[in-house]
Design a protein around this ligand. Structure first.
Ligand SMILES: Nc1ncnc2c1ncn2[C@@H]1O[C@H](COP(=O)(O)OP(=O)(O)O)[C@@H](O)[C@H]1O
Ligand SMILES: [Mg+2]
Length: 239
């Protein structure tokens, strides 16, 4: 089953054309990495999928619904780029941030039930930060903060998680452990689409790579077929 279908997608900002006739599918159980040099439109693609931006041409379907008609928000979760740039004194605890993930499923201003508290606890345990639940999020390391955001994404039991460069600014051992965590979540049945530069750390866990080129086109391939030459080829095409 296709969870995501992108058909002939083109997108331009008022002054700049970004994506050009991009097509690919994401099936249930996939772990897709999105790679491409800076400015190729990776973050823009995620915003289009999430209907934060709308296509100039083409179509995006989530769970067989057009992205602009899709309302089943608890099925999807998004960890945005630089989600983790808290001031040390940011006045929220780990537990509070993760609880925010329930709003997509419940709507705002509904009181938490015992089962909601259970969901938050389960998400905190699943990413290995339960012991930090009362800590201020700004006091944690970058890798731990990223786990907080993954837990927040998990709390509504999504079928697919979109992540935008979740390993930026995190030290290398933490990068590997985040990648392993995402690999485990994927094995447990959650579909993942992740923008990343840490392709070497994640390639072992992913099954497909979507390469975006500077000319706005893109190509999806099995992870085994992907190698660093692919990016170089795409960059050279343009010149
Ligand atoms: N709101 C915007 N208005 C105009 N141009 C933008 C906007 N957001 C991003 N861009 C430009 O679009 C291009 C793609 O941006 P982005 O999707 O963030 O790339 P990536 O995530 O691949 O680095 C970049 O050249 C960026 O400067
Ligand atoms: Mg980006």
């Amino acid at each position: 089953m296709n969870i995501l279908e992108v058909r002939d997608l083109s997108f331009s900002y008022p002054d700049k054309s970004i994506l050009h006739r991009l097509s690919f599918n994401v099936e249930k159980g996939d772990f897709v990495c999105v790679v491409g040099t800076n400015g190729t439109g990776k973050s823009t693609l995620l915003k289009l999928i999430l209907n934060i931006l709308q296509p100039t041409e083409g179509e995006i379907r989530l769970f067989d619904k057009r992205a602009d008609k899709f309302r089943d928000y608890s099925k999807i979760a998004y960890v945005s780029q630089k989600a983790t740039s808290f001031n040390r004194d940011f006045p929220a605890t780990v537990e509070e941030i993760v609880s925010l993930g329930l709003y997509s499923a419940k709507g705002f201003l509904k009181p938490y039930s015992a089962s909601d508290k259970e969901k938050v606890k389960a998400a905190l345990e699943r990413v290995g930060i339960y012991d930090y639940r009362k800590s201020r999020v700004g006091r944690l390391s970058g890798g731990q903060q990223q786990r907080v955001f993954i837990a927040k994404a998990l709390v509504s039991s999504p079928e697919i998680i979109f992540l935008d460069e979740p390993t930026v600014g995190i030290d290398i051992t933490a990068v590997d452990s985040i990648c392993c965590l995402l690999g485990e979540l994927n094995k447990s049945g959650i579909t993942i689409l992740m923008v990343t530069h840490d392709i070497s750390s994640i390639l072992y866990h992913s099954n497909k790579v979507l390469v975006l080129s500077e000319d706005g086109s893109g190509e999806i391939m099995p992870s085994e077929e992907f190698n660093s030459h692919t990016i170089l080829n795409h960059v050279h095409h343009k010149h």
